[in-house]
Design a protein around this ligand. Structure first.
Ligand SMILES: Nc1ncnc2c1ncn2[C@@H]1O[C@H](COP(=O)(O)OP(=O)(O)OP(=O)(O)O)[C@@H](O)[C@H]1O
Ligand SMILES: [Mg+2]
Length: 241
């Protein structure tokens, strides 16, 4: 197995009085796409937010390569080269697509070759370049949100449910774009409910339930084992095509 780039050991997170993460152990191999699965409320988003320092771990440790994340502020965590595509996409509706992209680049300068590559993956962004991002459809906003995370080379990208609410044809386009991103050997953690997408893209997989990781392994092993899927995810044969 590849070297871990990100590692969570026994991470507990409280939100107010609620004890949400209850000892998350998660290892994210370098250069792979790790799928984070689990039912609604399992703690997937809270895990990503804890990695970004948006929630604080009360106990346990988080490491990115050799750097401890526990004491770092969110901007410092991002500066290590970690991009975050939140569940609500974080798109600025009143700004143009271009302005949204410029804001995502660390020094405000966009590399043209990289932008051309992103345009080839998400052609709609070219069309709406100078229009307010609020005019985009849900799928296009999702593309913009991912494009923002790709505007600079990142060492790690965290993506929360990119396929949420998207039509199957758009999901296919998204899968293709994610395959292209994977070719750059960027390490990715992706939360997904869509098992077709999870199966198409995942190298490794971690399944959460009740604030813990209850299974981790290779995505191909989980994809090949309907009984395990049924036990871990409540999936039955045929329903996730
Ligand atoms: N701000 C908050 N205040 C109180 N409880 C919260 C808050 N955010 C999340 N929770 C609770 O924490 C638990 C985990 O939520 P989280 O959003 O991490 O789940 P998830 O796995 O991402 O679910 P989903 O698939 O629905 O997005 C849930 O029970 C949720 O109600
Ligand atoms: Mg969530």
């Amino acid at each position: 197995m590849a070297e871990p780039l990100l590692r969570l050991d026994g991470v507990h997170t409280h939100i107010g009085q609620y004890h949400i993460l209850q000892g998350v152990d998660l290892t994210v191999p370098q250069g792979e796409l790790t799928m984070l699965l689990g039912r609604n409320g399992a703690g997937k988003t809270t895990t990503l937010r804890t990695i970004m320092g948006l929630w604080r771990a009360s106990t346990g440790t988080l490491h990115f390569a050799d750097t401890g994340l526990n004491a770092l502020a969110t901007p410092d965590i991002a500066r290590l080269g970690i991009g975050y595509v939140p569940e609500n996409m974080g798109v600025f509706a009143g700004l143009t697509v271009r302005e949204n992209m410029v804001l995502a680049a660390r020094d405000g300068a966009i590399d043209q070759a990289r932008l051309d590559w992103i345009f080839s993956l998400f052609p709609a962004l070219t069309r709406f370049w100078t229009l307010p991002a609020g005019n985009l459809s849900g799928g296009q906003k999702q593309m913009l949100s991912i494009a923002r995370a790709m505007i600079e080379p990142r060492r790690l990208i965290l993506i929360d449910e990119p396929s949420k609410g998207l039509a199957p044809a758009i999901v296919d386009a998204l899968i293709e774009a994610m395959r292209e991103l994977k070719r750059t050997a960027t390490t990715i953690v992706m939360v997904e409910q869509n098992f077709r997408m999870a199966q198409a893209l995942g190298d490794s997989v971690a399944v959460m339930d009740d604030g813990r990781v209850i299974h981790s392994g290779r995505m191909s092993d989980l994809a090949a084992d309907p009984a395990l899927q049924a036990r871990l995810l409540g999936l039955s044969l045929g329903v996730h095509q």
